[in-house]
Design a protein around this ligand. Structure first.
Ligand code: NAD
Ligand code: ADE
Length: 425
């Protein structure tokens, strides 16, 4: 089926920002050697000739390199934002003006515009959907059954998207292959952990300019993002408290040297609260009520549901914008609570998201997952598929090579030993 023409060629904030965007995109490229090598190969081999790709990602300098790699690989690629507050408008402008890639994303777009852009991504009649949080795929499944025959598959970037895809599969509605980019080792070990760890603190610092040393920082969730955030917060001299609902992860946090307690208790002592659970209302009415005056709350989980802002609004009188991305809620009891980044991903709202060096591996996985969907057309069962181990290993090998780091390889003797059960006694 061919694509229906989309009414508007792009929907961005300001095309005149293109020059600045191009300079920043080129700067990010310095730290993305793995994706660059893949792009060079794609430019020669054109794996996506005749393939329409709709990508729903945070529109950042790093995503720009993924979009360019796909386009150079022959794809008819279109990009929309995966979050209303993460778009870098200059990047969107440069992708349109300098690279000829249609972008539908404006920083601060309202929910109606966000959803209209999701529809635009589907109007493109994609063969492949690159999703970050699974909004495009969920809309396809709910509203666009007639388009399913176009679909080769989807690739999913984040933990929350994988959770949603698993639920779709269990409900019998995921009828095409979905590549699980998030769970590749070269993705979540680095992106979720060190990327979220660094950029979340970057977002808090840019929004507030406060000293982290000596503060009580409460990290809700000790998964991959939580581990990185707690580790980096400790590195900045904070006293880190972890909250969890999973007993194994809670023990891990304890043995990593963090204090672990329920949120009810942590709420009374925390200076800064960071949610990274992927879950709903982790900080809610009773927690706001027991917080210290001036406590700060922010979220780095995918959706803006981890902090119950509706309850905070109900508990508050005036809400004052005190700095960019920083709102002070004056509670009726006389205290105030400060919310960063409107409860959306603070690392992308108040800072620039993960550094390019980690997105290099995440987006190498995305690019190769898209190529895999093309080469394996018709051979993959519906449902979630891991990134093949060889692909994961190759990305790690290329990354190490680019970093100038050599490692050992197995000797023939070691190779035999580790594959044997008779040796060793
Ligand atoms: P994960 O599954 O590894 O970890 C989540 C942890 O939260 C788990 O240990 C779980 O037990 C815990 N948890 C769940 N409910 C909780 C609750 N009520 N209180 C305390 N802990 C709770 O997931 P992850 O990879 O760390 O991702 C977490 C979230 O961050 C997801 O929404 C993911 O999509 C998102 N994410 C954001 C970025 C970013 O750029 N900010 C990057 C990667 C992932
Ligand atoms: N997710 C987290 N950081 C990101 C970045 N820099 N670009 C795209 N997606 C991201």
């Amino acid at each position: 089926m061919t694509a229906t023409p989309i009414k508007q060629k792009y929907d961005i904030a300001d095309i005149s920002l293109a020059a600045q965007g191009k300079q920043r995109i080129e700067w990010a490229g310095r730290e993305m050697p793995v994706l660059r090598q893949i792009q060079d190969r794609f430019t020669q081999t054109k794996p996506f000739a005749g393939i329409r790709i709709s990508a729903c990602c945070h529109v950042t300098t790093e995503t720009a390199h993924l979009a360019i790699a796909l386009k150079n690989g022959g794809a008819d690629a279109l990009l929309i934002a995966s979050n209303p507050l993460s778009t870098q408008d200059d990047v969107a402008a440069s992708l349109v003006a300098d690279y000829g890639i249609p972008v539908y994303a404006k920083r601060g777009e309202d929910n109606a515009t966000y959803h209209a852009h999701v529809e635009t991504a589907l109007d493109h009649r994609p063969n492949i959907i690159i999703d970050d949080g699974s909004d495009v795929v969920a809309t396809l499944v709910k509203e666009r059954q007639a388009q399913l025959s176009d679909i080769l598959g989807t690739t999913e970037e984040t933990t929350t998207g994988i959770v949603r895809l698993k639920a779709m599969f269990n409900d019998g509605v995921l009828t095409f292959p979905a590549m699980n980019v998030n769970d590749a080792d070269t993705k979540h070990f680095f992106d979720n952990r060190y990327g979220t760890g660094q950029s979340t603190l970057d977002g808090i610092i840019r929004a507030t300019n406060i000293l982290l040393a000596g503060k009580n920082i409460v990290v809700a969730g000790y998964g991959w993002c939580g581990k990185g955030t707690a580790l980096r917060a400790r590195g900045m001299g904070a006293n880190v408290i972890v909250t969890e609902i999973d007993p194994v992860r809670a023990i891990e946090a304890v043995m990593d040297g963090f204090r672990v307690m329920p949120m009810d208790e942590a709420a009374t002592v925390g200076d800064i609260f960071i949610t990274v659970t992927g879950n709903k209302h982790v900080i809610r009415r009773e927690h706001f009520a027991s917080m210290k005056d001036g406590a700060m709350v922010c979220n780095s989980g995918h959706f803006d549901i981890e902090i119950d802002l509706k309850s905070l609004e109900e508990m508050s009188g005036e809400v004052k914008q005190v700095r960019n991305f920083t709102q002070q809620y004056f509670l009726q009891d006389g205290k105030s609570v400060i919310v960063l980044g409107e409860g959306r991903l603070v690392n992308l709202a108040a800072a620039e998201g993960h550094p390019s060096a980690v997105m290099d591996m995440s987006f190498a996985n995305q690019a190769l997952a898209c190529e895999y969907l093309v080469t394996q057309k018709g051979k993959l069962e519906p449902g979630l598929h891991s990134i093949p181990t060889e692909v994961d290993q190759e990305i790690a090998r290329l990354k190490l090579q680019a970093m100038g780091i050599a490692i050992d390889s197995l000797t023939a003797e070691q190779q035999i030993y580790i594959n044997s059960w008779t040796a060793g006694t």
